[in-house]
Design a protein around this ligand. Structure first.
Ligand code: KG4
Ligand code: ZN
Length: 351
């Protein structure tokens, strides 16, 4: 039974996971409403909010799991990458708990956590682990290597997972992360924060009348999303879209939201599939907030000949369960952190 704590960005999250797979509880205190009024995350506000939320969140996670502190085998916590002030809150609480309970402390890379959301079991009650499209049995696993696409508000990385804990970063975004681009697109269209779900919802029912460019960066597994964002801005100005309008322009906005989403999705899917075939991957794994996107999920499953491992949307966005699961696999390999664990806002997957 491992407690997972996640405070790298704007969600205060804690969860209890049994044997690395069974989610006993998964509590997320979202700060979305607080940051929405600024149109994006304000780091100082985020860390102060984490201080207020962290203990009640941990307590709720234990209560919902019906687990006592003394029953915990280890404490896993995100130590990077992320916002320094936010990471510090989770790491300090985790250290205090690990020290007082005399159990191992497991410092976890947030991106590795997103990968492990796929190991969480749907049968534990938070709805469908993986829509494993080519799944033959609940225990079915395609084996390694897996080609992972981690797309969130801060990262868009393509990673080859050669084994548990063994990663090769093949490519990444050169400018905006995919989620950041969705958030900026939403702002251009006058939608709320976070932008991904809003763009997705608005795009439903589009007639496909607009098209925006794709940046292929051929010969690499890198991405660039700043061009499509600027193209969206120019097109919106050209046809006279105003963020503050009262809904009169809904049809135009719908077409632009869809064009933007299609551009991002096509590039993410095509480049991920190409990399999977180049590296002879046995499966594709998706993680991170953007992989909650319905169009991205559908398109990846539809176009991939390989099994696609997809966490349910609720586990794509930041949560403590994925951190606890990742911690379990660290512990199995005899890996843990010392009590002088520090935050590392720029922590990399491959060191
Ligand atoms: O992984 P995450 O919760 O936090 C980070 O580690 O950044 O990802 C948050 C990002 C936001 O940019 C949000 O707009 C995006 O994920 N996102 C989506 C969707 N749901 C969340 N993007 C596209 N479609 C979605 N349905
Ligand atoms: Zn994340």
């Amino acid at each position: 039974m491992i407690l997972g704590i996640e405070t790298s960005c704007d969600e205060t999250a804690a969860a209890v996971v049994e044997n690395g797979t069974k989610v006993r509880s998964n509590v997320v205190a979202s700060q979305v409403e607080i940051h929405a009024r600024y149109g994006g995350i304000v780091p100082e506000v985020a860390s102060r909010q984490h201080v207020l939320e962290i203990l009640p969140t941990v307590e709720t996670a234990l209560t919902e799991a019906e687990v006592k502190l003394e029953e915990l085998a280890a404490i896993a916590v995100t130590s990077g990458p992320g916002l320094a002030g936010s990471l510090l809150v989770g790491v300090n609480v985790a250290k205090a708990l690990a020290f007082s309970l005399d159990v191992p402390l497991l410092g976890i890379n947030h991106l590795e956590g997103h990968i492990y959301a796929t190991w969480l079991d749907s049968r534990s009650g938070i709805g469908g682990i993986m829509e494993r499209e080519h799944q033959q049995s609940p225990e079915y696993e395609p084996g390694f290597p897996l080609l992972c696409l981690i797309a969130s508000g801060g990262h868009t990385d393509v990673v080859l997972m050669q084994d548990h804990g063994v990663y090769k970063v093949l490519g990444r975004t050169r400018d905006d992360a995919a989620g950041e681009a969705f958030d900026k697109a939403a702002r251009i269209l006058g939608l709320g924060f976070p932008g991904g779900p809003q763009v997705q919802n608005l795009a439903v029912g589009s007639k496909g009348l607009e098209r925006l460019p794709r940046a292929w960066l051929k010969g690499t597994v890198d991405f660039s999303f700043s061009g499509v964002k600027t193209a969206l801005l120019h097109r919106a100005q050209e046809i006279g879209i105003y963020p503050s309008d009262n809904g009169e322009q809904d049809e135009l906005k719908k077409e632009l939201a869809s064009a933007f989403q299609e551009s991002v999705v096509e590039v993410l899917v095509s480049k991920t599939l190409n990399a999977a075939s180049e590296w002879q991957a046995k499966g594709i794994l998706l993680g991170g907030g953007v992989t909650a996107n319905v169009r991205l999920r559908d398109e990846m499953v539809h176009r991939s000949k390989l099994p696609v491992l997809l966490p349910p949307p609720v586990l794509c966005t930041d949560n403590g369960a994925m951190i606890a699961s990742c911690g379990f696999f660290h512990l199995q390999r005899g890996k843990h952190s010392s009590l002088d664990l520090d935050v590392n806002p720029a922590l990399s997957l491959q060191d």
